[in-house]
Design a protein around this ligand. Structure first.
Ligand code: HEM
Length: 523
């Protein structure tokens, strides 16, 4: 008997603790709402936020299971109300129709501002509008698009060389790590006009330290979303919070050093040179420097770092899943190779470099099947699997459910991509053809149904085009024409092996997403 009690005690206590917390949460929410039977209707409560901890390893599949029962539901929480939706009408309402009533809110800002500062990811209202205004002009310019297209393409060719050499030598690779380096190099060049060159391993110490500190800092920020006591740890400067402080110092020193150097370069007398620069930092310095020549370094740091945060892990994650899908679907891979051969017109025996060179915008725009395969990858494995907005004043959703001021409304690109009621019986299947019309031309879907890029006014058309082009330009060199069919097949099988070795997508999407897509989780 004594043994039985001893064995039971930890799990019994854990269960009892959870039960008490769940009851408290329920009461807190009910009391806050002024009773069970009010005039307002709330979405069904199907669990508590503590269930999320229990299901952490398969969190997004847990949500998907719940969404199969209810398009919109609540998880009871001790603090603010938490509503989850997979209903495109609700998504449209919070992201577009009633845009001004939903935003990042205070708690997101608190969690992220040590790294994000007042950058576009963390802020709402006027601060958001101002950055958006400056940046959206730049993102739609031809010069920036050409520049960033060239950068993505160059780094994709570098990566393809590394992969090809490793595959020939039968060396396993950590594919996700390689993609993270390649996208860090690309985004950093686009943002700062500097090639960190982490991919070749030849990065200067300072550059590698920055890249590693940046990745760590993103991860520590993410941890704050599941650690209710992070403020205490920050106050005491212990654990992850102490490490975060140190990493942010490394990131900031590096960023400020380059911002100051560029601002000096661009100061009176050298402005002519600066005009020819295409990177975002140079353009933002031009756009934000006052007439007296005063430069707001903190503001520039926030703007630029947010773009690095926004573009890096999203692109790397999407490419990792895309290559994983290619390993699993050789027939799709073969079709893309054929399409690439035709579109790039580079000849059967073109080298990786020649093939990359021939991937002009025009060639990429002809590659509808590649576009469809990438979009299909993002439907099933969106880089941002769950996103949220805070409600600023009491509201009623299109489905009749009430939302209170301060409540969080989550929409779920991952679960939505798997809903049969949205995509048909074969929703779970990887089928690029669903994005093509009868002439093989790519057909976009409503952004409120395919939510991988978010929707509404916070989508930047220019960025969206850049992301699309960056993805296509980065993906295509892997599937270059010219190598013998068997060689390609073997290479990709080796990639598949490497992906398994690396333990990324093959370990289940939840884990990959948690590890790989920081800005996503923290929204
Ligand atoms: C596969 C590639 C990408 C995906 C799936 C993606 C997805 C997203 C999503 C879902 C958001 C909304 C997050 C939120 O709630 O704030 C977002 C925001 C943003 N993304 Fe991307 N992104 C990608 C690539 C890029 C790239 C390459 C850049 C820039 C170089 C970029 C720049 C931004 C910016 C600036 C925002 C903030 C927009 C705002 O709040 O106004 N993204 N992205």
């Amino acid at each position: 008997m004594a043994t039985a009690i001893t064995e039971c005690t930890p799990s019994f206590l854990a269960a009892a603790g959870l039960a008490v917390l769940a009851i408290c949460s329920y009461l807190a929410v009910v009391l806050r709402r002024g009773g069970v039977a009010g005039a307002k209707r709330y979405p069904p409560a199907v669990g508590t936020v503590f269930h999320q901890v229990y299901h952490l390893r398969r969190l997004h599949d847990y949500y998907t299971d719940l969404f199969r029962e209810h398009m919109t539901f609540r998880l009871l929480s001790p603090g603010r109300g938490q509503i989850y939706t997979s209903d495109p009408a609700v998504v449209e309402h919070i992201l577009k129709t009633n845009f001004s009533n939903y935003g990042k809110g205070e708690s997101n800002y608190e969690n992220t501002s040590d790294l994000f500062g007042d950058g576009i990811f963390a802020v709402d209202g006027d601060k958001w509008k101002q950055q958006r205004k400056i940046a959206s002009y730049d993102f739609s310019t031809r010069a920036l698009r050409d520049f960033s297209g060239g950068v993505f393409n160059k780094n994709a060719a570098k990566l393809a060389h590394i992969v090809s050499d490793n595959a020939a030598a039968k060396q396993p690779m950590d594919f996700q790590a390689l993609l993270m380096k390649a996208t860090m190099d690309s985004i950093f060049t686009i943002a700062f006009g500097l090639d960190l060159n982490t991919l070749s391993g030849a990065a200067a110490d300072e550059g590698s330290r920055f890249a590693a500190a940046f990745d760590d800092a993103s991860e520590f920020i993410l941890l704050r979303f599941v650690n209710a006591f992070w403020k205490v740890a920050r106050f005491l400067n212990v654990g992850a919070e102490a490490a975060l402080r140190h990493r942010i110092k490394v990131v900031d020193e590096f960023a400020y050093k380059h911002i100051r150097a560029r601002a000096d370069e661009m100061s009176v007398g050298k402005a002519h040179d600066a005009e020819s620069k295409c990177d975002l930092l140079s353009r933002f310095i031009q756009a934000t420097t006052s007439e007296s020549g005063e430069v707001d370094y903190k503001y520039l740091r926030d703007i630029i770092m947010n773009i690095v945060i926004a573009g890096k892990d999203t692109t790397a994650g999407a490419l990792a899943w895309f290559l994983y899908m290619m390993c699993k679907h050789p027939e799709v891979q073969e079709k893309i190779s054929e399409e690439a051969r035709e579109a790039a017109d580079a000849g059967e025996t073109a080298s990786i470099d020649d093939f990359s060179q021939s991937l002009t915008d025009e060639a990429l725009n002809k590659m509808h099947y590649l576009h469809a395969a990438l979009t299909e990858t993002l439907r099933l494995y969106p880089s941002v699997p769950l996103d949220n907005k805070e409600c600023f004043s009491d509201d009623v959703l299109p489905n009749g459910f009430s939302v209170g001021k301060g409540d969080m409304v989550f929409y779920a690109p991952y679960a939505m991509g798997r809903m049969e009621r949205l995509w048909g019986e074969d929703a779970q299947a990887f089928r690029p053809e669903r994005w093509l019309d009868e002439h093989g031309v790519f057909q976009p879907e409503s952004p409120f149904k395919f939510t991988a890029f978010q929707a509404g006014p916070r989508i930047w058309k220019g960025v969206r085009v850049q992301a699309d082009e960056g993805l296509r330009g980065s993906a295509a060199p892997f599937l270059r024409a010219g190598s013998a069919r068997q060689g390609r097949q073997r290479e990709l099988q080796d990639h598949d092996h490497a992906l398994h070795q690396a333990g990324s997508p093959s370990h289940g999407c939840g884990e990959m997403i948690v590890l790989g897509h920081i800005h996503i989780q923290i929204q």
